[in-house]
Structures are given as C-alpha cells and as structure tokens.
Write a protein that binds this ligand. Structure first.
Ligand SMILES: [Zn+2]
Length: 129
C-alpha cells in the first residue's frame, strides 16, 4: 500500500445530486505525482504528467491521442454523501498545471476525448465479469 494524492474539486454526484466538498473524502486517489504524499490536488496546482509517469500510476493512454494541447485525465471518485462508488471525474491539465477538476458522465464521447484513463474508470464501461 503506497502513498497517493487526491484530485479534489466541487463534484456533483450523478446519483444523489449533492455537491461534494473539495477534499479527499471523494477518494479520487492518484499516484501521478513523482512523490505522492496525501496532497489534495485542485485547480491551480502544478502537475507534470508524462507518458511514463501516467503508466507508472496505473493510467491507460488513449492512443492515438485526441487532438488539443490540454491533457485530459479520467478517473473515478466516490460520493461521500450517498456512497455511490463509481463516478467519473475529468482533470484538465494545461502547461503543467491543473486547470479544472470536474464530474463528468461515463459516456463514450468523454472517454474518446481523454488522454489518460484510470484503469478503474475503464472498468465502468464494461459489464462486470
Ligand atoms: Zn451521491
């Protein structure tokens, strides 16, 4: 069990509609930083993402990359209010800094626009085995 950070933002739950607090309670764990240490990563924070660091952190590259200079990362979060465990959030990174962290719907268009996808988020698209 290693260390990790969390992506945080004002995330609206698609199940119950409650706006979650922008903190680690949404459990959007990530190991994208070089030395994760339970930091809360929000819009405005620095985040350097390379293909190697994303692979290391358990993200799947969406090849070939969709166009555009921003990096979009998909991963799951949990609603601290109703407990819905498999929501998606999208992190947009521009010039090495987090531009936004937003709840998104788990649909194919959102997936197609992403550059790196959390393995757990990918599982949501497939029926459980
Ligand atoms: Zn909820």
């Amino acid at each position: 069990m290693g260390l990790f950070d969390w992506f945080v933002g004002d995330l609206e739950c698609p199940a119950c509609g409650v706006l979650s607090p922008a903190d680690g309670r949404t459990n959007a764990q990530t190991k994208l930083r070089d030395k994760p240490y339970q930091m809360e990563l929000a819009a405005g924070d620095e985040l350097l993402v390379t293909r190697a660091s994303a692979l290391d952190a358990g993200y799947v590259p969406n090849d070939p990359f969709p166009p555009g200079d921003d990096l979009r990362i998909l991963q799951t979060w949990e609603c601290p209010s109703c407990g819905a465990p498999f929501n998606w959030l999208q992190v947009v990174v521009r010039d090495g800094r987090i531009l936004s962290v937003e709840a998104v719907s788990p649909d194919p268009d959102v997936l197609a626009a992403a550059h790196y996808i959390d393995e757990e988020a990918l599982r949501l698209l497939k029926p459980p085995a």
